[in-house]
Design a protein around this ligand. Structure first.
Ligand SMILES: Cc1cc2nc3c(=O)[nH]c(=O)nc-3n(C[C@H](O)[C@H](O)[C@H](O)COP(=O)(O)OP(=O)(O)OC[C@H]3O[C@@H](n4cnc5c(N)ncnc54)[C@H](O)[C@@H]3O)c2cc1C
Length: 347
């Protein structure tokens, strides 16, 4: 997540003074209380300085959590780093070195050629599931005491709540007030993505994307050079780019008019790549409250939710608010939740 283990990885990104500070960091005594938590900016800034935070850590964390490192907690967002610190790493450099995963021979990115809808359709078909679409407005014990009652659907044997934190807080208010209160303390970040189709032959840089440092004079926080990143998109012809805007605490831009967002995407793309091109098409997609913000103490809130729900057979929670916002983490949480409820229902 952009925190260096050695100064070499920051050459060209930060100044000489910061490089010297990174090199000297292993010799500076580290004050970390096992089990404690802090925001990532405070930890990294105190060891390596502000440039590492704003030019390296913010862009990478922002790409995942849609927030700056000031509002993201070490323990929930960087669990392997927190574990290395808890084990007594002598410096942040040493903790980062311990936390780094083994290099993997596989591709860096993975996706589904035709989007997630394909997967959901296949899962629905394989499970022979009946899909009912409704906004759940209430959750209570069923009158027979053996199941659950969901408004407006009615009685069910088991429930997996895979909804964003505010909806979870509302649905749990009657059956698990402590969990409801904990969920209500998980804030959400909003963002907006502007997809641009540029003319065939547009010479996009040979990168998968571009991350923008905090404080730069552009409004976009990142660009995905989609037709470079995904070969199957390149096959469609044209040059595809996605510009992302908005983050936790700075979400006004999310509700800017489409035309303003498309103009900002074009202008910022020109600033960072030098490309001045008219898109042949543009699509704006807003993600209001799309990502939970893992602030310091987030895992304490998750623990309250999981302990309260664990005492209620036939009810489970899944989703990005628990143990990771990435799709693989959400799939893992959902698998655990569904397995638990199925086992409880079978008893
Ligand atoms: C712009 C953006 C880009 C991302 N890119 C990536 C990426 O490249 N790779 C990656 O791994 N992850 C990515 N993520 C993160 C990942 O997509 C999400 O964290 C994940 O999809 C969240 O899944 P979820 O099931 O928890 O929540 P959601 O997908 O938000 O689903 C929650 C569902 O609950 C429904 N709901 C809410 N309230 C109720 C109610 N009362 N009753 C019934 N239904 C309700 C909502 O309609 C919604 O369908 C990205 C996220 C965003 C916003």
């Amino acid at each position: 997540m952009g925190i260096p283990a050695r100064p070499e990885s920051m050459v060209g990104l930060v100044d000489e003074q910061t490089l010297a500070r990174i090199a000297a960091e292993p010799g500076v005594p580290l004050d970390w209380r096992p089990g404690s938590d802090t925001d990532v900016a405070t930890l990294v800034g105190s060891r390596f300085g502000e440039q590492v935070v704003r030019r390296s850590v913010d862009p990478l964390l922002g790409g995942v959590y849609s927030g700056l490192s000031d509002s993201i907690g070490v323990r929930a967002a960087l669990p392997t780093l927190a574990a290395a610190l808890d084990r007594g790493a002598s410096s942040l450099s040493a903790a980062v070195a311990q936390a780094l995963p083994e290099p993997s021979p596989g591709p860096v990115f993975g996706g589904l050629r035709d989007g997630y809808g394909v997967l959901l359709d296949a899962l629905t078909e394989r499970a022979a599931a009946t899909v009912l679409r409704a906004d759940a407005s209430g959750l209570s014990r069923s009158p027979d005491g053996k199941g659950w009652w969901i408004d407006p659907l009615g009685r069910v044997d088991g429930v997996v709540l895979a909804v964003p934190a505010p909806s979870l807080a509302a649905l749990l208010s009657e059956v698990a007030p402590a969990a409801s209160a904990a969920a209500a303390r998980i804030p959400l970040a909003s963002s907006v993505v502007v997809a641009l189709a540029l003319p065939d032959g547009t010479p996009l840089p040979q990168n998968s994307g571009i991350l923008v440092a905090t404080g730069e004079a552009v409004r976009a926080k990142a660009f995905t050079l989609s037709s470079r990143k995904w070969p199957h998109l390149a096959e469609r012809g044209g040059a595809l780019v996605r510009a992302s805007f908005g983050r936790f605490g700075d979400a006004d831009i999310v509700d800017a008019p489409d035309a303003e967002l498309v103009a900002a995407a074009r202008a910022d793309l020109e600033t960072v790549t030098g490309l001045r091109v008219d898109p042949v098409d543009a699509v704006v997609q807003r993600w209001h409250g799309g990502l939970p913000q893992y602030g310091p103490g987030h895992l304490d809130r998750v623990q309250v939710i999981e302990e309260a729900i664990g005492a209620l057979p036939g009810l489970a929670v899944a989703g990005a608010l628990l143990h990771g916002v990435g799709v693989p983490a959400c799939v893992a949480a959902a698998t655990t939740a569904a397995t638990t409820v199925a086992e409880q229902m079978a008893r």
